[in-house]
Design a protein around this ligand. Structure first.
Ligand SMILES: Cc1ncc(COP(=O)(O)O)c(C=O)c1O
Length: 367
């Protein structure tokens, strides 16, 4: 009998997935979540215009999507006042990160990230045989100076930096991020993951410079635009780098319905502003719930709040288990010392009320 002959690289990869999805948890428990506050989705939903566009495009779903995503790229270009050649759309930031790593990282190549930062990036690096060098967080923030120093030291091809950060919700100012871009070592490309930028205060994102070859920036429709289920994000970088993706990307990967949804969502900036307001309110409500229960909510520039449970990781894990056991979906950081926290996404009031009801029970059970 023959067997598939896997590459040596893949044969040696661990059989892990970056995240266990909420549906898998529900299948395992046999129950539905009462509050879905774990994946930093937007429970406030997408713009009604995006929903209408999805319905209309559904009738055209027999056709492939435009492989150049012309209209969406043009609209993004106009929105950001940059040329379309500086924009690549793809299957979420996750998909874009995979292709970026494929472009630049081969077996043995050095890559730098923060220890405890977004694990999907690490998963892609491992999948192409890159060697990850991890820099500790500093006071619950990613540490730009230490990341740069490590990138220089190991000759990193990629330096991943997320601003605002997941899982802590912390952020650095545009001034610091710009200084980081200006200090990227020769031969290193900075990957600036701005998945949560729509939830951040003014002055968090440096000005976009589509000519800057030192950085690629990634944004998504999954968070405040409320389209996580559509899988669409975009990268902004100098046109020569964007053009390289054409050599390896899945040209028809972005569906017709998805493109229509993203375009309509982008065109409804009023909806986005409304969601920004609701996210800010929900962050306040989550902080209040945390305080009422003796937990400390960390300041957040994202659509989630990290709550310091005040003890060690075992305790935070127990709180998480008790919440999940009561059908409240939340997550927690994977790495110390951030794993003293649980991470709770913002969402509609009814779901926050469920969380408020269940948290004291979970804490009591965990203690
Ligand atoms: C930091 C970060 N980057 C990227 C993503 C994924 O974005 P997308 O849905 O566009 O793949 C997430 C989602 O949680 C995230 O937290």
């Amino acid at each position: 009998m023959t067997a598939p002959r896997y590459t040596e690289l893949v044969s040696n990869l661990p059989a892990t997935v970056p995240f266990v999805g909420p549906e898998a948890h529900m299948r395992a428990s046999g129950r539905s979540f009462r509050a879905r506050l774990g994946a930093n989705e937007s429970g406030f939903g997408p713009s009604p215009h995006a929903i209408a566009a999805i319905e209309a495009a559904g009738r055209e779903a027999w056709m492939y999507g435009d492989s150049e995503a012309h209209d969406l790229r043009a609209a993004l270009a106009a929105h950001h006042a940059i040329p379309p050649e500086a924009i690549l759309v793809g299957e979420g930031i996750d998909g874009l990160l995979g292709n970026l790593v494929r472009l630049l990282v081969g077996p043995g190549d050095a890559v730098v990230t923060s220890d405890g930062a977004y694990p999907t990036f690490n998963y892609h690096v491992a999948g192409f045989g890159g060697v990850l060098h991890k820099v500790p967080y500093r006071d619950d923030h990613e540490d730009p100076a230490a990341l740069l120093a490590r990138a220089e030291e190991v000759g990193a091809k990629l330096l991943y930096f997320c601003n605002p950060d997941n899982p802590m919700g912390s952020w650095h100012s545009a001034r610091i991020v710009q200084r980081m871009i200006d200090s990227v070592p020769e031969g290193t490309l900075l990957v600036l993951d701005e998945a949560y930028i729509d939830a951040a205060p003014e002055g968090t994102a440096p000005a976009l410079d589509p000519e800057d070859r030192r950085v690629i920036r990634m944004r998504t429709f999954s968070k405040l635009y409320g389209l996580a289920g559509m899988r669409v994000g975009y990268a902004i970088a100098a046109p020569p780098l964007i053009a390289m993706f054409d050599r390896i990307r899945n040209h028809f990967g972005l569906g017709r319905v998805t493109q229509a949804a993203a375009l309509a969502a982008l065109q409804d900036q009023d909806w986005l502003r409304g969601v920004q307001h609701r996210v800010a309110q929900a962050r306040g409500a989550l902080s209040a719930i945390a305080a009422e229960n003796g937990l400390h909510a960390l300041p957040s520039a994202t659509n989630f709040v990290a709550m310091d449970c005040g003890r060690d990781a075992d305790f935070a894990r127990a709180v998480l288990r008790e919440l999940m056991g009561r059908d409240v979906f939340v997550r927690m950081p994977f790495v110390a010392p951030m794993d003293r926290c649980i991470r709770v996404s913002t969402g509609p009031e009814a779901e926050l009320q469920v969380f408020a009801e269940v948290l004291p029970l979970a804490l009591r059970a965990a203690r």
